[in-house]
Design a binder for this molecule. Structure first.
Ligand SMILES: Nc1ncnc2c1ncn2[C@@H]1O[C@H](COP(=O)(O)OP(=O)(O)OP(=O)(O)O)[C@@H](O)[C@H]1O
Ligand SMILES: Nc1ncnc2c1ncn2[C@@H]1O[C@H](COP(=O)(O)OP(=O)(O)OP(=O)(O)O)[C@@H](O)[C@H]1O
Ligand SMILES: [Mg+2]
Ligand SMILES: [Mg+2]
Lengths: 156, 163, 156, 163
């Protein structure tokens, strides 16, 4: 059990570095154990350097920088335990335009070997999609769904 | 395998039976606040057998039944999986989950390709295609925030549950 | 002390109803005490009906509906304890375009009797502003600020 | 009164002395993630006398000093208030707060129109113009989420602190 946790930890740490570098356009991230000799009682912390300068604790980063780091953690876990499909609900909510685009392009790349469904309010994300699903509620009670493959006429 | 369709009937804000078709690749779901986007995610978790009502943002499973002008006492969701090129098995698989009963006791019934099965059979099928409900295959609205606010100990416990 | 809390509670409740109706385009909201006879030990809950149908607990609303309700609560408190200036940091983050516009137009209206500064990433908000401040970090270390009165040439 | 300007020197990401001019009416501040928008809010809270470093997202007050290639051991923020039409007093008021010292002990010094004053004098001035730091005049990033996640008891305690 101790070794399983240590192996998983090391895999996520490596994956997270690669993903974060791509998501942040060159930043660095570290996943740290407060006591690697006692994995079952240790704490796990995240530090990041989004612009390549000094490493900062997760809590001292900006709102958007934190959420990009959290996303790198999630995607690292997804890489290690791959699934046939992924569902992501407004994970781009704190991000500015260019960070949201980087998430979009990474998800598009991932979607060549797994099905990806993402809920987003940002127009910037729509251009990465293969197909769009519009959801609305006209009568104040029932959800209605419109579907469109990218390239077809716009139902929205 | 990939998800070919999701049919939602009288579940949450889907008072009108709705079938959603999915393609492989990248699908973006968009729409105004409160229109029912996250309810689609809840429908996925529900049909794939989640036991906890909290994951689908309800106090009791009975709250999942559409609450509108007319009130029926059951709801159902079906998901159809289709084989992709790399799959050995070439057949489609359909899972359906129905809940019935009024506010008090609610009974869940599962069907796999039309045959009545138990919860374990669904779990076994999902494991066979590598679909896990509790690892980050599903990132719910607000999960990003929860990861940011987590303490060092909670983060270790999270990794332990995934290991 | 008991009466002070009760009076404040009733004022916020009334204010919140009016503000929420404007912010949600016609919805209703209720601020409730679990035990009005014992205000110092009671719980305070919020229920809303964004589309005019049955009241729903705050926790069962959607992400955007919750944040609109929270915003109505904040603005109700601001109305009761007015301040010469207000600072709001990305309060529109969970909102879709039309809800964000309603927040923008309400803040614009409020800004005729108090100074309002709002941080937002949404383009939809910029059109309500009297002046814009652009913030960026070119060297990865130091924040730079650009100012523009609306109507002047665009520094962004 | 309204805020005419905020001058930030060596505070957080403002390694270069910066003066921001404000108009009356509605100002929108925008820019990329991590560029320093919320740090402007922290500068406001700092100069207006917040005692808790947590409100300005720092472990110790010393962490507020700009940490860059060159490291000085002090930082300062000044705010200038200007009278609006309806004010009785027609003079401008400037508040400055300076912190000095390295990582360990940090000393805070306040100035009101150039004269050295104590923290209480700043508090008295702010009360006289109706500016309260702890009611919702300042809505920090994430406050919306905190209100949503609050329990019924926490909400009552919040109202008690405002009453
Ligand atoms: N059992 C039910 N019957 C009817 N409506 C329900 C039921 N359960 C939830 N709802 C409604 O569904 C709506 C929420 O939908 P959902 O959370 O999917 O919105 P969303 O599209 O994700 O919005 P957002 O962008 O704000 O996150 C709410 O208005 C809620 O009242
Ligand atoms: N003492 C300091 N010295 C130098 N830089 C600092 C200091 N304290 C914080 N920072 C930096 O300031 C940046 C955060 O700025 P801020 O939180 O204002 O961003 P923001 O513009 O609000 O972004 P977002 O849109 O993501 O909320 C971080 O990158 C952080 O490392
Ligand atoms: Mg949602
Ligand atoms: Mg910020």
């Amino acid at each position: 059990k101790k070794n399983e946790l240590l192996t998983l930890f090391r895999k996520i740490r490596e994956n997270m570095k690669v993903i974060y570098r791509a998501l942040s356009g060159g930043g660095e991230v570290e996943l740290l154990m407060s006591d690697e000799s006692d994995p079952l009682n240790t704490e796990i912390h995240i530090r990041a350097s989004p612009k390549g300068n000094a490493f900062t604790k997760l809590s001292a980063l900006s709102g958007g920088e934190k959420s990009l780091t959290a996303m790198a953690f999630i995607m690292a876990v997804q890489n290690i335990k791959p699934s046939p499909f992924y569902y992501l609900d407004e994970v781009d909510m704190f991000l500015d335009g260019s960070n949201a685009e980087r998430i979009g392009s990474m998800l598009k790349a991932n979607s060549s070997y797994a099905q990806v469904m993402m809920i987003s309010l940002k127009k910037a994300l729509l251009k990465y999609a293969d197909s769009l699903i519009g959801v609305t509620m006209v009568d104040g009670e029932n959800t209605q769904v419109f579907q469109k493959k990218v390239g077809e006429a716009d139902p929205f | 395998m990939y998800v070919e369709s999701l049919e939602i009937d009288n579940f949450k804000s889907f008072g009108v039976k709705t079938k959603i078709l999915f393609d492989q690749g990248f699908t973006v779901i968009s729409g105004p606040n409160g229109s029912g986007k996250s309810n689609i995610g809840d429908a996925f978790l529900f049909v794939l057998g989640t036991r906890s009502s909290k994951t689908v943002r309800a106090d009791r499973l009975g709250d999942l039944i559409h609450n509108g002008k007319t009130r029926r006492n059951s709801c159902s969701v079906s998901i159809k999986f289709s084989p992709s090129e790399k799959d050995q098995i070439k057949e489609k698989v359909e899972i359906t989950r129905i809940i019935e009963g009024v506010n008090g006791d609610v009974k869940s019934t599962y069907y796999l390709n039309g045959n009545r099965v138990r919860h374990n059979d669904i779990e076994e099928f999902l494991q066979s295609i590598g679909l896990l409900l509790d690892s980050y295959g599903f990132v719910l609205q607000g999960d990003i925030n929860r990861i940011i606010e987590m303490s060092g100990i909670e983060r270790r416990k999270l990794l332990e549950s995934i290991a």
